[in-house]
Each structure stands twice: as C-alpha cells, then as structure tokens.
Design a binder for this molecule. Structure first.
Ligand SMILES: NC(=O)c1ccc[n+]([C@@H]2O[C@H](COP(=O)([O-])OP(=O)(O)OC[C@H]3O[C@@H](n4cnc5c(N)ncnc54)[C@H](OP(=O)(O)O)[C@@H]3O)[C@@H](O)[C@H]2O)c1
Length: 264
C-alpha cells in the first residue's frame, strides 16, 4: 500500500493514466477509495470493476482530494490544467515539460518527472524518473512504489537523463515495431505466407528479447558470439553492420532526443 496516500491522476482515463491507475489497483498498491481520476469529458469504462474509484471532471476537486497528483495529459494539454497544488507531491508523465515548467504551472516545487512507455499496459514498462531537489526521501519511496506497479522503475541522477530516455525507452514498442515491419516486409517479398511470416517475426523478436533478458549479458557479446560462430546469421549481421545499421539507429535516437529536449 502507498502509505495510505490518496492518489489523483489528471488524465486518468487516458491510455497512460488508466494503465497506471489499473496497475495500482490490481497490485493493491492503492485501494480504490484512495484513487481519484479526472478527464474533461468524464465517462470511460476503465474503472468499472472498482466503483469506489472517484471519477471527476474538475481538476481542482481532484487536487483538493489528493495527497499526490499525477499529471497524465498530453503535453499540448498542460495549459488546460488549472490547479493549485499547494506544494503537494506532483508526478508528471509528460514528455518535453521540465520540472521547472511543471512547478510554475501547478504551484508546487515538489515535482517528479517520470517517463513511462506503452508496455505499462502489460506491466512491462521501463519507468525512469527524476526528482527535483524539494522532493523528500519519503516522497521518493512512494514514487518508486507507485511507478514500479507498471514494470521497472528507476530514479535518475540528472533531469537531462530523462530527456534522453524519453527518446529511447519512452518510445516503447516503436523501434521493435519498425524492425518487425521491415523483417515482415522482406519475408513477404520472398513469398512466405503472411501468417507464417508474422508468427516467425514476432516469435523471433519476443523469444530473442526474453533470452537476452534471461542471460543478462551485454547484447554486444551475443552479436560477437554469433559473428564468431560464422554461420548464416554472421553473414546477415556483417552486412547490416557494414551497411550502417548503427549510424541509422543513432541518427534516429538523436532526432528523438532533440525533439524530447524541446528548446532546452
Ligand atoms: N501513451 C504512451 O505510450 C506514452 C509513452 C510515454 C509518455 N506518455 C505521456 O503520457 C501522457 C499521457 O499520454 P496518453 O498517451 O495517455 O494520452 P491520452 O490517451 O490522450 O490521454 C490523455 C488524457 O488526458 C485527458 N485530459 C486532457 N486534458 C485534460 C484536462 N485539462 N483535465 C483532465 N483531463 C485531461 C484526456 O481526456 P479528455 O479529453 O476527456 O479530457 C485523456 O483521457 C503524455 O504527456 C505523454 O507524453 C505516453
């Protein structure tokens, strides 16, 4: 249990807000009567299994009820969040908004920035977070307990690290999906039936990732091992590497990092 605190999620009916809200409930980190969620249009079926969850349309009402306020609106909607947090702990999930911007918008300097990814929906997110200096040790323990309900949560030493990880882990399924799409396209062009191609690609990416996780070794060691093995895979790896695989990936991550850093 999150030390009896009432958690309010602004945007708690949205994709990320409800992933967090439901993870907190399903894992008994927060009891339903201690969860408040808001959205401008209300409604939403997300919390129908927990009728004690309070669903409101007024963010000021949520801010008054909650001990911890989670901001889970899209960055372009931040300006529409008109609350006075009175130095309550505020956890922002927004890309591109700094701790300072959040603090001046909500009227609290106890701000944590956290960056989820879409795998929160299956409790496999990587959820790094950064705390501004005004955040206490007790706040930090609470934030870690809340965020790890969605997967792996990790406090970062610098806010700039969060901008970088917004580009890398915040993208969630995006880069694996791009690789899968390219492999699938190739298999189809070579005449493999659609169903088999999809099964082969997904099982290769998922099974390969799980094996890497289980082994816990540096992925580079696996690449080296397979190149030294000198089988069919080595031919594929050498051609991809010589063709500029690293360069393309690094350029893509640089572009996403620039976007995540905004004007900073
Ligand atoms: N989805 C992801 O994979 C992902 C990954 C990393 C980070 N994030 C971050 O998570 C945040 C939320 O993204 P999302 O994907 O969950 O977006 P979303 O599905 O559009 O959800 C946002 C929710 O905010 C509500 N909302 C907007 N303005 C509001 C206001 N003033 N008061 C109360 N509720 C308001 C919207 O509902 P109404 O229109 O009904 O108000 C909507 O339900 C973003 O800042 C994003 O950067 C998301």
């Amino acid at each position: 249990m999150a030390q009896g605190a009432v958690i309010g999620i602004i945007g708690g009916q949205g994709w990320m807000g409800r992933s967090l809200g439901i993870a907190l409930l399903e894992q008994n980190v927060v009891s339903p009567e201690r969860l408040v969620v808001s959205s401008r249009t209300g409604g939403g079926e997300a919390y129908r299994d927990w009728p004690e969850v309070r669903c409101v349309k007024n963010n000021r009402e949520l801010a008054a009820l909650a001990d911890v306020i989670v901001l889970s609106v899209r960055p372009q909607d931040l300006a529409s969040v008109d609350i006075e947090a009175h130095d309550k702990l505020v956890v922002s999930l927004l890309a591109m908004a700094s701790c300072q911007e959040i603090a001046s918008r909500v009227g609290s300097r106890r701000v944590v920035r956290a960056m989820p990814n879409a795998a929160a929906e299956i409790r496999r997110a990587y959820f790094p977070w950064y705390a501004s200096p005004e955040v206490t040790e007790a706040d930090r323990r609470l934030v870690q307990a809340l965020l790890q309900s969605c997967g792996t949560a990790r406090e970062l030493p610098k806010e700039s690290d969060l901008d970088y990880l917004t580009a890398l882990s915040g993208a969630g399924p995006a880069y694996p999906a791009l690789l899968a799409q390219s492999m699938l396209e190739h298999a189809r062009q070579r005449g493999i039936a659609d169903e088999i191609a999809r099964e082969a690609v997904m099982q290769t990416l998922v099974g390969g990732s799980l094996l890497l996780e289980r082994l816990g070794t540096d992925p580079g060691d696996m690449v080296e091992r397979l190149i030294s093995y000198d089988g069919t895979t080595a031919a594929g790896l050498r051609t991809m590497i010589d063709g500029g695989f690293d360069e393309v990936v690094h350029r893509g991550l640089d572009a996403a990092h620039r976007a995540a850093s905004g004007s900073r």
